[in-house]
Unconditional design. Structure first.
Length: 331
């Protein structure tokens, strides 16, 4: 009797994705009460496919022992948790979930921008702690966005969606990327700045939308924060290690910049005590894609990627590095 193809999920994903997988394969889900790292080393060599989260490291030690592994479907846009070079060497296709969380993450970016510039969290706490004593001319003053300059670092899908929303606030839009984008409609009237320094010096809101790579590690550090205006705000919904957290805490403590809004952190889920105690920062628990629509679409996407690989097809969301390698389905 032929063995049934097995798919391992490091975490439970939305029901529609699991049901789609179960229609084709045997599905195994790791025990949520134990460390996924310890369980993976034992179970991964016995399965054909893996559905992983960004928080789970898939390194060379794991991949080297997985001679049966036919593909990895990462339940995220990013995939810096996976040793891609080793996966390429082993002929293991890696897929991600782009596009479907663009609007969700762009919306959260704007939630952070509005929350920090209009002091929404501070105001909520004042009301809950019963210290609100009534309207006053200079009470809880924030910043208006109209006429200000929004700087986008990384004009990909999410960066473009954030910029598009910025036009509705009558903001000037600038962006910095490795190259000029050809996918922006002329009606958006955005300005390309070829140097990050120019953007940091001129923008009132700086929003980060870059993948995490060696090049973007500490993209924003002490020197970059010093370039920003002292009434500027920094927003990050990309990856935590894009910012030097120690430098950011120092800049916020010394009012070198006005504030920050973060959805991602250097060593998640740990957030430094010094950061949590700051008043000029808004913190959310990595919920950029946390809408029912986005998470369900991501679950369906990982299932479709695995089904495609098993059929011997190039999966629809094969990561760019592997497209260059011309990896095709089963290895």
């Amino acid at each position: 009797m032929q063995r049934k193809i097995r798919v391992l999920l490091t975490h439970k994903i939305p029901k529609k994705g699991i049901e789609l997988l179960k229609n084709h394969f045997e599905v195994v889900i790791l025990d949520s009460g134990s460390s996924p790292d310890i369980q993976l080393s034992k179970i991964l060599p016995t399965v054909d496919y893996l559905v992983s989260l960004l928080s789970v490291r898939i390194d060379s030690n794991l991949l080297g022992n997985c001679t049966n592994l036919k593909g990895i479907a990462n339940y995220a846009v990013g995939y810096n948790n996976i040793d891609v070079n080793v996966a390429i060497e082993c002929g293991i296709p890696v897929t991600n979930t782009p596009d479907v969380l663009t609007n969700a993450t762009a919306d959260l970016t704007w939630a952070l921008i509005l929350a920090i510039t209009r002091r929404i969290v501070e105001g909520d706490q004042e009301c809950r702690q019963a210290v609100f004593s009534g309207w006053a001319p200079e009470y809880m003053l924030g910043y208006e966005l109209s006429g200000k300059t929004l700087g986008i670092v990384g004009m990909g899908r999410i960066g473009s969606a954030v910029a598009k929303r910025g036009t509705g606030f009558d903001m000037k839009i600038c962006y910095y990327s490795r190259s000029k984008s050809n996918n922006l409609p002329e009606s958006m009237k955005v300005t390309y700045l070829p140097k990050l320094k120019e953007l940091l010096e001129s923008c009132d809101i700086v929003s980060l939308h870059v993948p995490y790579t060696d090049e973007t590690h500490h993209l924003i550090g002490e020197n970059e924060l010093d370039l920003m205006k002292n009434n500027a705000f920094l927003i990050n919904t990309s990856r935590g290690k894009v910012i030097d957290e120690v430098a950011l805490i120092k800049a916020l403590s010394e009012s070198k910049i006005a504030g920050a809004g973060l959805d991602v952190y250097y060593n998640e889920p740990l957030i430094p005590k010094e950061m949590r105690e700051l008043k000029n920062i808004v913190l959310t628990p990595h919920i950029g894609s946390a809408t029912k629509q986005a998470r369900e679409a991501m679950a369906i996407m990982v299932a479709e990627n695995i089904i495609a690989i098993e059929k011997g097809l190039i999966p629809p969301n094969l990561i760019p590095e592997m497209k260059k390698e011309n990896l095709k389905g089963n290895h």
